[in-house]
Unconditional design. Structure first.
Length: 295
């Protein structure tokens, strides 16, 4: 934890903070707490900055909650790990970003209690586990308890009945309350989640790669020509982990046809780096674009 003291003009009650980094490094903060007199505001860092692709982000005011976790590792041979373990909570309201669960991993057969702080996700219905290192880990049981001022208010218990091994920071293992596994990259936290779309819309979704743009994608018509288009709308799905691609978004909110669509969506915070379904509006091109010029 690092504390910084700054002097600035009083802007009143805070609603969001804008963070910008320079250079070519990747950075993800956990939470930002801003204090002024007797008041304070909490912001959760939901997007990893990865300059020069994504050098700035805006984080909104967050209703933070504390969660206690009990983690039991399998007693099977070599089930433990020394690598850092991360967890993501899925709830009735939304899903949390990846949160550090244990910096030193878990020993085989161990039972460890820890806690995390994240935005209120509602009743926890699933968890995703990640491992940051070249190793494997086999959890047996994880209990998540939500804490309020009077003690525990909700408890969810997850069993790894499929004996899934966690071995990646990018593709985690997700376990639901009913002991089933749900696919990585599930889009249930997305504004255009496939679970709320009708059959016609689901069939019309265009699957994109991280690098695809309007100009080169034949799904948008062989020669639709943005200079002649008044307005068109498409639904498309973006894969996970697009920030690994060496692509730079041009513009903010409105982008030229040469700029990678899924990178644009991440920059606009229309979708997270875990992927999901987006709505693309196509209209006549502009002479210039906020945040950059036409490539």
């Amino acid at each position: 934890m690092e504390k910084v003291k700054i002097f600035a003009e009083d802007v009143g009650s805070l609603q969001s903070v804008h963070i910008k980094i320079k250079g070519k490094d990747s950075y993800l903060c956990d939470t930002i707490r801003i204090e002024s007199g007797m008041n304070y505001w909490m912001f959760e860092c939901t997007i990893r900055l990865n300059c020069p692709i994504l050098c700035e982000a805006e984080y909104s005011l967050t209703d933070m909650e504390n969660y206690d976790l009990t983690v039991r590792t399998s007693s099977s041979e070599n089930a433990g790990t020394r690598a850092p373990v991360y967890i993501q909570l899925w709830g009735a309201y939304k899903r949390s970003p990846k949160k550090l669960l244990s910096e030193k991993g878990y020993l085989t057969g161990s039972l460890v209690q820890s806690s995390i702080t994240t935005g209120n996700v509602g009743d926890v219905t699933a968890i995703t586990l990640f491992l940051d290192g070249d190793d494997n880990w086999m959890p047996q049981e994880i209990i998540v308890r939500k804490i309020n001022s009077s003690g525990y208010s909700a408890e969810a218990q997850f069993f790894n009945t499929g004996n899934y091994q966690v071995d990646s920071i990018d593709k985690g293992v997700t376990i639901k309350l009913n002991n089933g596994e749900i696919p990585n990259g599930d889009d249930s936290n997305n504004e255009h989640s496939s679970s709320v779309l009708d059959e016609t819309d689901r069939k019309s979704i265009i699957k994109l790669s991280c690098r695809e743009n309007l100009k080169d994608n034949e799904n948008f018509g062989p020669s639709y020509g943005t200079s002649n288009v008044n307005f068109m709308t498409f639904l498309a799905s973006c894969p996970s982990d697009c920030l690994r691609e060496q692509q730079i978004a041009v513009g903010l909110g409105i982008h030229p046809e040469e700029s990678a669509i899924c990178i644009n969506a991440i920059v606009d915070q229309a979708v997270s780096n875990y992927g999901g379904i987006i709505s693309i509006n196509i209209f006549r091109g502009l002479e210039s674009y906020t945040g950059g010029r036409r490539m």
